[in-house]
Design a protein around this ligand. Structure first.
Ligand SMILES: [Zn+2]
Length: 309
């Protein structure tokens, strides 16, 4: 079954939502790695969250979620573009022992120096335009809570997330209270009360979801179980998938940034430089000739620059 993201609207209620189910993509993220169970939970939940956010914000560009941890986990990175192409990776501290039941703060905020950074990097940047970066306090006990706080602060929208992941699958539900249109244009047709009561009713439905249920139930069954009493309008489903944007050229640019001296120094220790992509495991090699060519390029372009002066 394909990985799927399903958007929906509730009729007669100021609520929209999304359900996502990521399995194939998640397996590709984990290929050639064996993360401890608690890391799988965290990274998997971030994967679902980034797809939900990307579809929710309708932002044309890349959403990058990073947790810089100060505990046994050093770094968690998930990237999702507007086509729902995802990649993710985790870096653990050397010799880290990670208990299955470790909490978010034990894993990444052990001494209060952990940081959760969400970056929105537009696809077609204007000259000089910087990505929007938000540093989110790691004050929740779950990825879902931390992102809910972010959404409230950055979008001023009530958003609730329920996330669960294990080694096999990552699933999530997002519910969002639509901004009130106010006045006479938006009468609530529900007899039972105000928009806030309606919203609270939906949050309560979401709160009935248990982790085990999220992990073991496909999203169309979840949709039915949660909202069978509601009239739900579903949209054409989208399909998240794995994609890594690494290339030989990008690795070459990274070596150029390191500088000629450092690269030549490294080449005195070994025949060739071997670099594996952190996201997909793709192996790249640069021998002395390749490296000389990299820096020959740099040299000729700077010479050309000087010649023009
Ligand atoms: Zn790669």
């Amino acid at each position: 079954m394909k990985d799927t993201l399903q958007k929906f609207l509730v009729d007669n209620a100021p609520v929209r939502g999304e359900l996502v189910e990521i399995s194939d993509t998640w397996q590709q993220v984990q290929a050639r790695r064996d993360y401890p169970a608690a890391v799988k939970t965290l990274l998997g939940e971030m994967l679902a969250a980034s797809a939900l956010l990307s579809a929710n914000l309708k932002f044309n560009g890349m959403i990058v979620m990073q947790i810089h941890g100060d505990g046994p986990i050093k770094l968690l990175v998930v990237e999702c573009d507007s086509e729902l192409q995802l990649r993710a990776t985790a870096k653990l501290a050397d010799g880290a022992a990670i208990a299955d039941e470790a909490t978010l703060s034990e894993l990444v905020n052990a001494t209060g120096h952990g940081r959760f950074v969400i970056t929105l990097d537009p696809k077609d940047k204007l000259p000089g335009q910087q990505p929007y970066q938000g540093i989110v306090p790691l004050d929740g006990d779950s990825v879902a809570t931390v992102i809910e706080n972010y959404m409230l602060r950055s979008e001023q929208l009530d958003t609730k997330l329920w996330l669960a992941a294990d080694g096999k699958v990552s699933r999530g539900l997002l519910l969002q209270k639509l901004p009130s249109e106010g006045g006479i244009n938006a009468p609530t047709t529900r007899a039972e009360g105000s928009e806030l009561e309606t919203w609270n009713h939906f949050v309560m439905l979401g709160n009935t979801l248990r982790r085990e249920e999220l992990l073991s139930t496909d999203i169309s069954t979840l949709m039915h179980r949660l909202f069978w009493e509601e009239t739900i309008r579903v949209f054409e489903p989208a399909h998240p998938r794995f994609h890594c944007s690494c290339s030989r050229e990008k690795v070459g640019n990274m070596l150029k940034m390191l500088g000629r001296e450092e690269v030549e120094e490294a080449l005195t220790q070994m025949d060739k430089l071997a670099i594996d992509c952190d996201f997909c495991g793709q192996h790249y090699e640069f021998d002395a000739v390749d490296c000389a060519l990299l820096f020959a390029d740099t040299l000729s372009s700077s010479e050309a620059g000087q010649a023009r002066h």
